[in-house]
Design a binder for this molecule. Structure first.
Ligand SMILES: [Zn+2]
Ligand SMILES: [Zn+2]
Length: 260
């Protein structure tokens, strides 16, 4: 295994284990069903998405970045942007691009059919972080690869962004209760579980807010920020009204969701 894959997998497993334990020790909401079955099916979906990316994409964003730096391709090379500035710019621009992508997956009908599987989870916890349809993950890696190519992004920044988005997603989906003061302070810099939970509301006016994954700034800048759900975190309803039946917990049904 490449050392970058090891960094990615190692950081993911570490934060998942930490959040799994925290969800048991300091849960925010009572779950509607024991979490093991959901965890296994959601993780299976994450595994299938990873496999789909390997099968359908000839090269990953990291490979694109290495190719660009070897050949001096991309805007950051063209404008001779200093290395550390290029790293910071890459992370900010990729994060904004992912925010924009998430909004498009809500606004464009065909994309929403794919993305709604993520929202169909009737509970959210750390396992929901990897519950995305393989089509969405393949599209999002292709999109990120193209952006990395246009930018000529440094490979190290692409890796840091990858680790950041994986770890932040696990953290901000966790069903964990943070002290309100800590949540208020943290969400100045990073999307917290309370902030992202609003996005999983069955009320579509709330689901169409808080698109950010890592940095919360884009939602505040573009007017899509909502601090808390109207009904409160404990009483809000999570999921999609059309997919509430227990049968939708299975990974096979999840795969079918865009076509139902
Ligand atoms: Zn969404
Ligand atoms: Zn989510």
């Amino acid at each position: 295994m490449h050392s970058e894959s090891l960094i990615r997998l190692g950081s993911f497993v570490a934060i998942l284990a930490m959040m799994f334990w925290s969800e048991g020790a300091f849960p925010k909401r009572a779950l509607s069903a024991p979490r093991l079955r959901r965890y296994l099916n959601n993780l299976a979906m994450g595994g299938m998405s990873t496999l789909a990316v390997r099968i359908f994409l000839p090269v990953l964003p990291m490979g694109v970045a290495l190719y660009c730096s070897a050949n001096q391709y991309g805007l950051l090379h063209q404008f001779a942007v200093p290395y550390w500035d290029a790293c910071i710019l890459t992370i900010l621009l990729l994060d904004f691009a992912v925010w924009l992508q998430h909004m498009l997956f809500h606004k464009v009908r065909a994309l929403w059919r794919v993305h709604r599987m993520h929202h169909a989870d009737v509970d959210i916890d750390a396992s929901t972080a990897v519950r995305f349809h393989p089509i969405e993950i393949v599209l999002s890696f292709a999109y990120r690869g193209i952006l990395v190519f246009i930018l000529g992004a440094p490979a190290a920044a692409v890796l840091v962004f990858d680790v950041l988005i994986n770890c932040c997603a696990v953290f901000n989906h966790a069903n964990v209760s943070l002290p309100p003061a800590l949540d208020r302070w943290l969400r100045l810099f990073v999307v917290t579980p309370d902030m992202h939970r609003v996005h999983h509301s069955t009320d579509m006016r709330e689901a169409n807010t808080n698109y950010a994954f890592n940095f919360p700034w884009w939602d505040r800048m573009f007017g899509t920020y909502k601090a808390h759900p109207d009904k409160g975190h404990e009483n809000m309803s999570i999921g999609l009204n059309i997919f509430r039946d227990a049968k939708y917990v299975s990974a096979i049904r999840m795969l079918a969701m865009p076509f139902l």
